[in-house]
Unconditional design. Structure first.
Length: 670
């Protein structure tokens, strides 16, 4: 197929889109497709319906209205019809050089009704010339691309078509794809310019397979690199674990004991531990982290714990001090606003745990003698932050934790370089939070129930999706609700919390609420993590349909942390079936893993994972549609690496993974 004249302008297009090469432009995939191959009768179709029309130009007229507004009009005779169709373009004077009487044209646009009959305003068009090259924009299944300001659909299509069908365009087969996948070259061309809608899914499947192979290779190589790192395991210099378990004051759950054993096994190996701990809200991850830190300090090393917010870091520091102080272990807080006092040094072997925010991983933060790094709420961090913490020591062990249960599919895909432990057991006596769905009209009853709870000394959170009112969204805001709820509960009974407050002020308000000085906290989802108040028994989430399931589950986990029965009220009036499904799942179950699976099916992985976890972008893979591809891809990658450990016979695959291996500072292969 010959390339179009757009080849020469491709450079300008990919530069404007922010790409560095034409290969990156080819990976600028369509966001949807329009079937413009079917001819429609513009006089029988519904108004505002997009249609494809072919016909002959009968007349053209260019005029200028008062005020300088130009109008270009065309009278079209649609093929096979007797009626005439009007075409109009405003403020596009160059159009008079595009059409002339007698031209054969193809158009795509919406039909509207004017005073002189039906017309199309600003349709897309192509003038058909004798011996014309293949059509790109019309009379076909047409790709519709994501755009940036100043770049237009026709420009992007033309540039991508020119690249794809130029004589020197090549696509490498960087591994042997199994049957029945089409060739990579065919898939790349058809994902942009399919001849029919039926060709799209086979093309997408092939490219999804390529992405999974690349990502699984990145994970396998990272894992392989970890295992190859030699780590000395000196004999313990002190015995702390028995003291730790004795001073807990309670018996850990069976799940916690199981994970303790998995950590012990990791710490007996001569390579670094890289383990993910996932467990539901309240399953005891902090105790597991404390156990790992104690094991680290036993061997004469120091530990560090990274948290996403100052509130959560402060809370972890307080909790760890209570647990570790009887063992003679000092816990120091290191955040943007709170740094260790001069003289507090990590030189003291096996006696200090630093707890901090991103301040811990800044270049200026020197964590000498670091033996273990713990990352809490890992979905708030990416692979780069994880790596930065690991650079603070000589092959330190790594423990990452999440209170957002992750479906097995996502674990296999995004955490293939980590061993996974699951805390699937709650401490005895923990009561399930009762969850109900209510409409806006029920709010007076909800406020009445909160007053009843507060009369017994208990407290409530009321959460809203927005801080300020928005003209575009029919959603209540924290600021508006704060004013309203002071009238309901009393000026001195309501406190407001949101992310724009200074850290010290957030801490002050949180502490005041925890001390019982307020009955109700009105907040954004900033309380999703790092809020631990056993006295709070009521969680009300307004406009609940605007939150993802994982986030709703996290918010619900802020209550029910004490001995009293807790309640979660989801207030909303969903306008679509998916939103109803999400809220119904919350009413039905408190099992975080079941909720995570439902969230994956309904919304996809983004809402569960948060920040990009692997550093590797999945542009084509749909982890719901492509679930059955993950295991075969893992096996294929393992076979490739078993036969070709340094990928010397797979240079194309090595080239694809190299940026992501380097990103994690792994020197390997090649």
């Amino acid at each position: 197929m010959p390339a179009t004249s757009g080849k020469s302008s491709a450079h300008a297009v990919w530069t404007k889109l922010g790409y560095k090469s034409s290969h990156e432009l080819i990976a600028h995939f369509p966001r949807r497709y329009e079937d413009r191959s079917r001819w429609e009768d513009p006089f029988l179709c519904k108004l505002d319906q997009p249609v494809t029309v072919q016909g002959e130009v009968l007349a053209v007229k260019s005029t200028r209205w008062r005020g300088g507004r130009s109008v270009f009009e065309v009278i079209l005779q649609p093929a096979g019809l007797l009626q005439e169709l009007g075409l109009t373009w405003f403020n596009m004077p160059f159009m008079k050089n595009v059409f002339k009487e007698g031209d054969q044209v193809v158009l795509f646009g919406k039909i509207s009704e004017g005073k002189n009959g039906r017309r199309m305003i600003h349709p897309e068009y192509e003038v058909i010339k004798q011996h014309d090259e293949p059509r790109i924009h019309l009379n076909r299944v047409t790709p519709v691309y994501p755009l940036v300001s100043g770049v237009y659909q026709k420009t992007v299509r033309t540039a991508i078509y020119a690249e794809l069908f130029s004589e020197d365009f090549k696509v490498s087969e960087f591994y042997q794809a199994p049957d029945p996948y089409m060739s990579r070259l065919e898939a790349v061309r058809k994902i942009h310019f399919p001849d029919s809608m039926d060709e799209l899914e086979p093309a997408r499947k092939r490219l999804a397979h390529d992405e999974l192979i690349t990502m699984q290779t990145v994970m396998a190589v990272r894992r392989q690199r970890t295992v190859r790192q030699r780590k000395d395991r000196p004999a313990p210099v002190q015995d702390l674990v028995l003291k730790f378990l004795h001073h807990l004051g309670f018996e850990p759950t069976g799940a916690q004991h199981r994970v303790f054993s998995e950590i012990d096994r990791d710490l007996s190996r001569h390579y670094p531990m890289h383990r993910l701990i996932q467990g539901d809200v309240g399953s005891g991850k902090t105790i597991v982290a404390a156990y790992a830190l104690v094991r680290c300090l036993e061997s004469g090393k120091n530990g560090a714990m990274l948290a996403p917010t100052e509130t959560l870091a402060t809370q972890h520091a307080e909790n760890l001090r209570k647990i570790l102080a009887p063992l003679g272990i000092e816990v120091l807080l290191w955040t943007r606003t709170t740094k260790p006092v001069a003289g507090e040094s990590l030189q003291s072997a096996g006696s200090i745990v630093y707890v901090g925010t991103h301040a811990l991983i800044q270049e200026s933060a020197v964590l000498e003698n670091l033996g273990l790094g713990v990352i809490d709420e890992q979905h708030k961090f990416g692979v780069a932050q994880r790596h930065a913490l690991m650079q603070k020591g000589q092959h330190p062990d790594l423990l990452v934790m999440t209170a957002t249960p992750i479906p097995r599919t996502l674990c296999l895909t995004y955490y293939g370089d980590l061993d996974v432990s699951v805390l699937d057991e709650m401490p005895p006596g923990r009561k399930l939070v009762k969850t109900v769905l209510r409409a806006q009209s029920d709010l007076k009853k909800v406020w009445k129930f909160i007053r009843q709870e507060s009369s017994h000394g208990r407290q409530a959170y009321v959460v809203y999706p927005l801080l300020e009112e928005s003209e575009k969204l029919d959603v209540r805001s924290v600021q508006a609700a704060f004013s309203e709820l002071k009238g309901v509960f009393g000026d001195d009974q309501v406190v407001m919390l949101h992310g724009k407050l200074e850290s010290a002020e957030k801490q002050r308000r949180m502490q005041a609420f925890k001390q019982g000085k307020f009955s109700v906290m009105v907040a954004t989802s900033v309380i999703e993590v790092g809020v631990d108040n056993p006295n709070a028994t009521m969680m009300v989430i307004e406009n609940a349909e605007r939150f993802g399931l994982a986030q709703l589950h996290q918010l619900r986990g802020r209550v029910g942390r004490g001995p009293d029965q807790a309640y979660c009220v989801l207030v909303g009036e969903p306008k679509n079936e998916d939103a109803w499904k999400r809220l119904a799942v919350m009413e039905k179950t408190a099992d975080g893993f079941e909720i995570a699976e439902a969230d994956l099916q309904i919304r996809g992985p983004g809402d569960i994972l948060g920040t990009e976890q692997s550093g590797f972008p999945l542009k084509i893979v749909n982890l719901v549609k492509d679930m059955d591809m993950i295991e075969p891809c893992r096996r294929l990658v393992q076979n490739i690496l078993n036969e070709d450990p340094d990928l010397s016979h797979h240079p194309g695959l090595y080239k694809r993974i190299k940026p992501f291996i380097q990103e994690a500072d792994f020197t390997w292969g090649g």
